[in-house]
Design a protein. Structure first.
Length: 339
């Protein structure tokens, strides 16, 4: 018998180098004990991440979205000296950012040690000295656990936090944005992407018609993402989206491709195992309901892009206001000259 996550998977998630790890969200006390049916389940997300860490290469879809997100960097004049590559191996776009900021120092976050190891291996393969230049060696990467020691993290913070195809897999999105805000320096910016609510709409309609439960989580709308970024302290969030339609020759190929993106991690997904007979019925239903005029099977993906800046700190107006010395120095330096 075949578990649902192995049959109809659809997206749980998507110079110098440092890798670090954040504690598992399964231990986060801010997470609700009773999750909504459409919310990602922490244990399922962790299981899917461990499986994705064994892929021979990062998903093609993640690399394509990363390329599109990197195109938006051309309009930004900020030149970071440090940048954070959040979930770097699955993000699959480090080359795009490094080519844009070749002198910037790169810091890597991975959600699991297995993925940190994949990033390390990828870096070593890309920076191995050629046999005819044995003296030409790049600086070795440094790995550390979260939180990053103060001595290791740049005092001014990072100038860019890059997070490609990570938004839809976040278990605690407000907490994630707050962590990003802390890691950035004043004037630094975040570039992120993920999947929007129209993703897999054909599959959800099919499952509802067949009475099969939930095939995906409920992907967040870009306007809600912008609101969450503003609440975390970011300024001028800019959200954008586009629809992509991917097609496959048959249901088996479609499922194999989707499995590289992740799995069904919805808390309200079917609990238990499915039978081979159910799988055969599901494949037939995919052929009937997802077939396009050209004979191929198609799925819609909504890709959401986000950009925001960490602004200068502002002192809250109150009867008694306390400001740290660092924030006071920043505000003094930025104060307009007297007439």
């Amino acid at each position: 018998m075949i578990p649902l996550s192995a049959v109809v998977p659809l997206i749980a998630i998507g110079a110098h180098l440092r890798c670090f790890r954040m504690p598992s969200d399964t231990a986060n006390p801010s997470l609700p004990t009773a999750l909504p049916a459409v919310a990602p389940h922490p244990a399922s997300v962790d299981r899917q991440l461990r499986r994705l860490a064994t892929l021979p290469e990062a998903p093609w879809l993640h690399a394509e979205v990363g390329r599109r997100l990197a195109e938006k960097l051309q309009a930004i004049r900020i030149e970071p000296t440090h940048w954070v590559d959040w979930s770097a191996w699955l993000g699959a776009a480090q080359g795009e950012v490094q080519s844009r900021y070749p002198q910037a120092r790169r810091w890597v976050y991975e959600p699991l040690p297995d993925m940190a190891e994949r990033s390390r291996q990828q870096w070593q393969a890309a920076h191995a000295a050629p046999w005819w230049k044995p003296w030409h060696k790049a600086q070795a990467p440094v790995f550390s656990q979260w939180p990053v020691p103060d001595a290791a993290w740049p005092a001014e913070g990072a100038g860019l936090l890059w997070a490609n195809m990570t938004l839809h897999g976040a278990l605690d999105l407000p907490g994630l944005f707050k962590a990003w805000h802390r890691m950035l320096g004043v004037g630094g910016f975040v570039m992120c992407s993920g999947l929007g609510p129209d993703t897999g709409r054909e599959l959800r309609a099919l499952y509802q018609a067949m009475g099969w439960g939930l095939p995906t989580i409920d992907f967040i709308d870009m306007h809600d993402l912008g609101d969450a970024m503003a609440k975390a302290g970011f300024a001028d969030p800019v959200m954008d989206m586009e629809h992509l339609t991917l097609t496959w020759p048959d249901a088996e190929t479609l499922l194999a491709e989707c499995r590289t993106w992740g799995g069904n991690v919805a808390a309200g997904r079917h609990a238990g195992w499915r039978t081979p007979r159910w799988r055969a019925r599901m494949l037939q239903a995919l052929h009937e309901h997802l077939r396009r005029p050209d004979g191929r099977l198609g799925l819609t993906l909504e890709v959401v892009y986000g950009h925001a800046i960490k602004p200068e700190p502002r002192a809250a107006v109150a009867a008694e206001t306390r400001v740290s010395m660092d924030d006071m120095r920043r505000m003094v330096r930025k104060a307009p000259p007297r007439p």
